[in-house]
Design a protein around this ligand. Structure first.
Ligand code: SF4
Length: 343
């Protein structure tokens, strides 16, 4: 059976290819063709002898994902990609443009076991983790298709990345490696609903990437409604893990808070959030709260608060010296905005 080359780390690739190509220096060329030149076929490896290229082709696969749909927002040029896996599952990734960089928001699982009530991915039955290669290939294919240099990566697509820990850390190693993607650690953000042991483990490895904690609620009852399957991790422990991450990595921490009309958007909630952050010593410039007005999802009966309510919520945080930002929805017209990645 052919091996999927993107599933292999550079070290693994070295020994797997050794039987095919004897000289070590050719490994560097292969890595360059895969990650720097984003080649989708071994035929393109033109500085490697033809016979060896054919050998590689019989032993390895370079692409396994099929791009089955591509939608571009008429509003902000955001692009939503749908990929199909070999086992006929679907996953989604988004290309986002901002002033200084192009970022991709990628998926880490097929479906999501956390089942958040405000998220389309949560309605997709969890099937499996994506492999290292399937995660990396989303970036390579998007870069190839768009002809745009990707300089930011967000682990905010379908799935809870920390539940696919080994593959995610392997991908992070590749993203940060200058021989592979060479993306700056401050341009990579991983979002988690708060899997406490995984956050601590990530802090101890210390890649230095940014962490976003999807808090979304100020008390346990409210949070259970929004994130029914959070493995019983309590808000206290999640925020303590966030603090630990901040101290260990000296990176930035974002608290994500989706604003849903009548559920978690009252001035009382805003004050409670302030007190929570204060109690956990998270009122500092390295912590930012991102307010995300709920994005409409077909079949989900939740609503977006009006502008007045959103501003009031923001102003309370701001008054209390919290760095706060209202996240502008990108790609909402094509179902690519936060929480909309589903069927
Ligand atoms: S918000 Fe994140 S963790 Fe929750 S269901 Fe969606 S993808 Fe999963």
């Amino acid at each position: 059976m052919k091996k999927y080359i993107l599933d292999l780390t550079t070290t693994q690739l070295k020994s797997a290819v050794k039987s095919v190509i004897e000289q070590d220096y050719k490994i560097d060329q292969i890595v360059e063709w895969i990650y720097e030149k984003k080649s989708s076929s071994f035929k393109e490896f033109t500085n490697i002898p033809k016979i060896l290229r054919e050998e590689l082709d019989t032993k390895f696969l370079l692409r396994v994902l099929k791009m089955v749909k591509k939608e571009t927002s008429a509003v902000d040029n955001t692009v939503r990609y749908t990929f199909q896996t070999v086992d006929k599952k679907y996953l989604f990734a988004v290309l986002l443009h901002s002033k200084n960089k192009n970022s991709v928001c990628i998926s880490s699982q097929i479906g999501c076991p956390m089942m958040c009530s405000f998220c389309s991915s949560g309605t997709v039955k969890f099937a499996r983790n994506l492999s290292r290669g399937e995660i990396i290939e989303q970036i390579l294919q998007i870069e190839n298709d768009s002809k745009e240099k990707i300089s930011g990566v967000l682990f905010m697509g379908m799935g809870e990345p920390t539940l696919n820990f080994n593959n995610i850390t392997s991908v992070l190693t590749s993203l940060l490696s200058n021989r592979e993607f060479g993306i700056g650690k401050r341009h990579i953000t991983l979002s988690s609903v708060g899997v406490v042991p995984a956050i601590k483990k990530l802090a101890n490895i210390n890649f230095g990437i940014r962490l976003a904690i999807s808090l979304h609620a100020v008390d346990e009852k409210q949070r259970k409604k929004l994130i029914p399957n959070n493995f019983g991790f309590r808000i206290e422990d999640i925020l303590n893990a966030g603090k630990y991450y901040l101290e260990k990595t000296r990176s930035r921490l974002t608290i994500e808070y989706i604003l849903i009309k009548g559920i978690n958007d009252s001035t009382r909630d805003a004050h409670k959030l302030t007190r929570l952050l204060n109690r956990h010593k998270l009122l500092n410039p390295d912590v930012q709260v991102n307010l995300i007005p709920f994005n409409h999802i077909n079949g989900i009966q939740l609503q977006t608060p009006n502008q007045d309510r959103i501003q009031k919520f923001k102003n309370i945080l701001k008054f209390n010296k919290i760095t706060v930002n209202i996240r502008q929805a990108k790609g909402a017209d094509i179902g690519a905005a936060c929480g909309q990645l589903g069927y």
